[in-house]
Design a protein around this ligand. Sequence first.
Ligand SMILES: Nc1ncnc2c1ncn2[C@@H]1O[C@H](COP(=O)(O)OP(=O)(O)O)[C@@H](O)[C@H]1O
Ligand SMILES: [Mg+2]
Length: 355
Amino acid sequence: MPIDQEAILAALRNVQDPDLRRDIVALGFVKDIQIDGGKVSFKVELTTPACPVKDLLMEQCEEEVLKLDGVESVDVEMTAQVRQRQPKPEDLIPGVKHAIAIASGKGGVGKSTVTLNLAVALAQTGARVGLMDADVYGPSIPLMLGAQHERPFTQGGKIIPIERFGISMMSLGLLLEEGQAVLWRGPMVAGTVKQLLEDVEWGELDYLLVDLPPGTGDAPMSLAQLAPLTGVVIVTTPHHVAANIAGKSVQLFRRLNAPIMGVVENMAGFVCPNCGEVSQIFAGLTGEQLSEQIDVPYLGSIPLDPSVSDAGDKGVPALIGAPHRPPAEAFRQIAGQLAQQASILSMAKSAEPVA
Ligand SMILES: Nc1ncnc2c1ncn2[C@@H]1O[C@H](COP(=O)(O)OP(=O)(O)O)[C@@H](O)[C@H]1O
Ligand SMILES: [Mg+2]
């Protein structure tokens, strides 16, 4: 019996996306089926290039199709198309598929470090990534990218982001004159967030990560009102978790109707420079326990490591400067988890059938 499309699709219905909990045919992932005698090829279009289970899905596809009578070889091409969130009429960034805010209850927990490295990790998978530094109280991203002396230029009345390590970045720090001190009040914060969204040429992006100021002030409110957020990531450290400050941010975002995409725990243990073993330094609730308590996904944990602080000082993200250290590995894993959460949330929101 000759092989046909239907038989191949039927076989591929046995392959489930573990996060979206549906088979890949129903999800509309299977494209371009070609049959040439016993040779079968097709594409599997995932919802993110950063999919953590990409290899597993590819193997399962091969396996299922090879089980069919008459199939000699299977060639699966894994591609990705990040799906659009539902735009609101007042959307200031219609070309951005996922706007994700990174928040923390307190400063100094590594929010900017995490935001930057996740942005670079996502870009390394092939996604188009922007980074908006909206931390009005301490815009630190330019320094962390060695771009603090850059002066952005405008084109057609729009500010052009700075390109570094594969990401497009704009920071409030670059829009202020050097040494210019600002006493921020609520309406000014809102105006600044709006300016960063509206006046910057973000273009077409798969992910725009926004480094928010710490705490539950005006910036998260304005952001949530001006751009439909896919969701919010909360960064915390073991000692701050104990004080339950992160929990307050969670409550705020729930009120703003911005889904919490997960908790990232930073500085969770110390990597021994000699043996590489990770030891816990702070007692108390772990990030994993916190996420359970507040019922949000746990995205992962980054150990305390000099490669992270050194990189920050040199203007090179740890992921680039020390790609084989444990933090880099953690950032890549967390980026995959985050991309997966973004896909899950946009699937859940999209009203039309996906197949
Ligand atoms: N995992 C880590 N290991 C070592 N140092 C870290 C780690 N995460 C952050 N740091 C350092 O901690 C300091 C605060 O981080 P930063 O990202 O600026 O925090 P925040 O944005 O929350 O204020 C920086 O000097 C940074 O290099
Ligand atoms: Mg910061």
